[in-house]
Design a protein around this ligand. Structure first.
Ligand SMILES: *[C@@H]1O[C@H](CO)[C@@H](O)[C@H](O)[C@H]1NC(C)=O
Ligand SMILES: *[C@@H]1O[C@H](CO)[C@@H](O)[C@H](O)[C@H]1NC(C)=O
Ligand SMILES: *[C@@H]1O[C@H](CO)[C@@H](O)[C@H](O)[C@H]1NC(C)=O
Ligand SMILES: *[C@@H]1O[C@H](CO)[C@@H](O)[C@H](O)[C@H]1NC(C)=O
Ligand SMILES: *[C@@H]1O[C@H](CO)[C@@H](O)[C@H](O)[C@H]1NC(C)=O
Length: 346
């Protein structure tokens, strides 16, 4: 019944992998620190043998620092800004926005932009290393975590619900202090797929049709492999293959239905499905309507209509004629006295 071929082609859905992009890591790992704190940025990327130089771009301008690490011994407000780095064989890294603060409590974050599925580390940090106790972590004003002593909390697998504002509070001696809010952006690893058919509708019986489940991985995630499933109604046509295509070699009337597809990551953590695509396969009896047939039908209908019209007009004329004749016949005796005998035809 189902004539299908699972394509064993690997269809690349991701963007171009960029293996030569440099990466900045921070030590300690927070992109926001207090004034006077120490922070070191490290640049990792491919280099030519013997070449250890690194270029640092701060706020878009080339810095005089040429080493693998960029150290800030005691941060000041003027150290805030955008940092990028590049090694001999790499392209420039994604930027790191370093922020310098002065407050009682600071919610430190490992990154402000996180790809869904990746971890996000948080730390409720007291000014001048003041020991905080009874810390509360909030998302959009709502408490989601209490910690009596451990200032760190990691969301192991972020999802789109973490695209929000976070803050924390903690006790210093007997007083509770709240940090400012930190806005976190979660990037979708891939958008919901769109199911597309290779031929336009309506589809004629006997023709082939390819369905493709189209989505696009974030270009920064080249290591991710997506798997695709195809369904018609609640029936599975193809379960978790790396191919994003499903082929119907010769469409039949029974192939009509509501098709949809699903894309899922290998670990099954992120799953998105397409909207339904209604596929209608027209039987051969229905598709003999060639232009000639259509014209024939039009002309036949027109001719029938004209004949009907002419007939109606004739009927009316005959009817009127007969009525007139009847009248005459009735008038004859009055006019000509005892002429002819009256004959009524109606
Ligand atoms: C980067 O620019 C911001 C303002 O745009 C400035 O406050 C900061 O000092 C600059 N950072 C560096 C390291 O030059
Ligand atoms: C997102 O992750 C949180 C836990 O961090 C979980 O409670 C929630 O159900 C997840 N949401 C979705 C849509 O997966
Ligand atoms: C369907 O895909 C296969 C392989 O990619 C291709 O050879 C074939 O021409 C396609 N058919 C249609 C109807 O697009
Ligand atoms: C699938 O759909 C068919 C027809 O629409 C229905 O009879 C059947 O109960 C459904 N099965 C499940 C598991 O939902
Ligand atoms: C599809 O594959 C997954 C994992 O490989 C499995 O858990 C599931 O039962 C399969 N579904 C069907 C309908 O075969």
């Amino acid at each position: 019944m189902w004539l299908l071929t699972a394509l064993l082609l690997w269809v690349p859905v991701g963007g171009q992998m960029d293996p030569t992009k440099a990466v900045i890591t921070l030590q300690p790992p927070w992109v926001n620190v207090f004034q006077m704190e120490k922070v070191t940025l490290w640049c990792e990327g491919p280099r030519l043998p013997g070449d250890s130089s690194t270029q640092w771009l701060v706020n878009g301008t080339v810095s005089s620092v040429l080493t693998h690490s960029y150290s800030i011994a005691a941060a000041s407000f003027s150290d805030a800004g955008e940092y990028r780095c590049q090694t001999g064989l790499s392209t420039a890294s994604d930027p790191v926005q370093l922020e310098i603060h002065k407050d009682w409590v600071l919610l430190q974050v490992s990154s402000r932009v996180v790809t869904e599925g990746k971890p996000l580390a948080l730390r409720c940090h007291g000014w001048y290393n003041n020991q905080l106790s009874n810390m509360l972590f909030y998302q959009n004003g709502k408490i989601f975590k209490f910690s009596s002593w451990d200032p760190e909390f990691t969301i192991e697998r972020t999802n789109m619900s973490h695209n929000d504002i976070f803050h924390c509070s903690g006790m210093i001696r007997k007083q509770r202090f709240h940090s400012a809010g930190v806005s976190i952006t979660i990037r979708e690893l891939f958008p919901a797929p769109v199911l597309k058919a290779s031929s336009s509708f309506p589809l004629l019986e006997g023709n082939p049709v390819n369905l493709s489940c189209e989505t696009k991985l974030l270009s920064q995630s080249p290591e991710v492999q997506l798997y695709f499933s195809f369904y018609v109604g609640n029936k599975t046509l193809m379960n978790r293959t790396t191919s994003s295509e499903y082929q119907i070699l010769t469409a039949k009337g029974e192939d009509s239905g509501s098709y949809w597809c699903e894309a899922i990551t290998e670990d099954g953590n992120i799953i998105r499905h397409s909207l339904e695509l209604k596929l209608q396969v027209l039987g051969l009896q229905l598709n003999v309507q060639s232009p000639i047939h259509v014209w024939f039908h039009v002309l036949f209908s027109l001719a029938t209509g004209i004949i009907f019209l002419v007939n109606t007009v004739f009927c009316v004329i005959i009817h009127k004629e007969l009525q007139r004749m009847k009248k005459w016949n009735l008038e004859i005796p009055m006019d000509s006295g005892q002429g002819k005998k009256v004959t009524s035809y109606l």
